[in-house]
Design a protein around this ligand. Structure first.
Ligand SMILES: C[S@@+](CC[C@H](N)C(=O)[O-])C[C@H]1O[C@@H](n2cnc3c(N)ncnc32)[C@H](O)[C@@H]1O
Length: 260
């Protein structure tokens, strides 16, 4: 893997952070996508962004393979990539024996995949943690076939929404009364904070910041969809603390196309 020298330490820190969380990642609320209303809501969002035809998809930063599962459930053929061997091990274990999926260890900012080889590129919760967003977007454009689509699920994890501030206060109260959730290592952990401070989107990833970069890369047909249906599906089964967590941050779903 060829890392950008200037950002080497930052990338190593990011990789170490996720590797340490690999075995418990799925236990933290919002990561696992359980069958039922939540899986259906994610599948609907993917269908809306990519259509219903089976596609050859490059999934970036697949982590433990939860979005991989959504893509496979829709009949797509998936190459799922992550730069954390520990995360990939969890994903490989989860999807052992399944067809139409392969996992590769690679840097999402420089995938080394062939030019014009994918119908779609998909990522959840990666863009906010990119160290070189312009370089990454140019690489994703390169690996997409003409007319291919990019689908990004992400959010502003640096600043809670006004309602999120209230929710955060209520969560702290619940934590105090019933004990903190050991698996929820969210935006408040020291390690996470130290990484955030050094990221290009460390002050928060917003649609307003991302769209000009997407346009400058050459993508067209940019669309923004709401994450609200997914959050509503999560609230159907979540306990109070996790229902509050669905209110913390502003999330978005961005889709766009390489001109065909
Ligand atoms: C928040 S987790 C999201 C995992 C998965 N996409 C999901 O939504 O469940 C972030 C993931 O991005 C991976 N990651 C971060 N930067 C990366 C990079 N430059 N190349 C490859 N993977 C990266 C981490 O290893 C981690 O698995």
């Amino acid at each position: 893997m060829n890392m950008d020298g200037r950002n080497h330490h930052l990338k190593e820190d990011i990789r170490e952070y996720w590797s340490k969380r690999s075995e418990t990642f799925d236990l933290a609320f919002g990561h696992r996508i359980p069958p039922g209303p939540e899986l259906e809501a994610w599948a609907a969002a993917v269908r809306r962004g990519l259509g219903s035809e089976p596609l050859k998809i490059l999934e970036l930063a697949c982590g433990t393979g939860e979005v991989t599962n959504v893509l496979l459930s829709l009949g797509h053929e998936v190459t799922a990539l992550d730069f954390s061997e520990a995360m990939l091990n969890v994903a490989r274990r989860k999807h052992a024996g399944r067809k139409r999926v392969r996992f590769i260890l690679a840097d999402a900012e420089r995938t080394m995949e062939p030019d014009e080889s994918y119908d779609a590129v998909v990522c959840r919760h990666l863009v906010w943690t990119l160290t070189a967003p312009e370089q990454a977007l140019a690489d994703w454009y390169r690996v997409l076939k003409p007319g291919g689509k990019l689908l990004v699920f992400d959010g502003d994890w640096a600043r809670p929404t006004p309602l999120g501030k209230l929710a955060s206060y209520a969560i702290r109260l619940i934590d105090r009364l019933s004990g903190a959730d050991p698996h929820y290592d969210g935006a408040m952990s020291d390690c996470h904070q130290s990484i955030m401070q050094r990221l290009p989107f460390g002050e928060g990833l917003t649609v307003e910041k991302l769209v000009p970069l997407i346009e400058a890369t050459g993508f067209e047909n940019i669309g923004i969809a709401s994450h609200a249906p997914i959050a509503a599906a999560q609230r159907k089964t979540a306990d109070l603390r996790n229902r509050l967590r669905t209110r913390l941050y502003r999330r978005f779903i961005l889709s766009c196309r390489r001109p065909g």
